[in-house]
Write a protein that binds this ligand. Sequence first.
Ligand code: TIU
Length: 231
Amino acid sequence: MTGAIARKDTAVAIAAQPYPFMLRREAAALLIIDMQRDFLEPGGFGEMLGNDVSQLRRTIEPNQKLLAAWRTAGLMAMHTREGHRPDLADLPPAKKERGKGAMTIGDRGPMGRILVRGEPGHDIISELAPRDGEPVIDKPGKGAFFATDLHAILQNSGVSQLVVTGVTTEVCVHTTVREANDRGYECLVLDDCVGSYFPDFHATALKMIAAQGGIFGWVSSSDKVIEAITE
Ligand code: TIU
């Protein structure tokens, strides 16, 4: 047996909470959640809602380094975007009205219509732009499995493990991890690559994932994953 085959078939242990995550490269995908201009850039929807976008922007550099190492290792990377059809036919009235802010989904902001597909603000930030061949999942909800083809793509690709990063920790990342967990995926969430407008929610959300013996999955950090996948 050659070294390459032996490596492919061998799980690699990544230090994590509540115990090491056994990464199987051939069964793993990196899932980067909603790193969109509307959430991360000054002037976007997130800031318009009164949020401090710097809490999210600290995740950009670690995600860039992780994505570069992941691509170099030849592993599968996927991206998601939260947003709606231009006619807003898939936008539940309850979601549009929630918050009662001056601006809401579908309204015209500084980066185009807020969270509408095809608009500049809906796009993924340039630092983490998807490459050709990397699936981009457009989702109308918080979870990446609801009303999308994500599960089919993962099943057809033989994926059973997800390394999950992106924003925000307690909203779209958490919802997606919960959905994935119920569908049988093992999820590893990286604390430096996920972020929230609310640091206390971020910290608690991560604790919730790893509590009770890993009720929703594992928590680690990007340096440990990069070390594990780098030759
Ligand atoms: N992607 C995601 O988390 N969507 C949100 O609306 N998050 C908030 O924290 N608002």
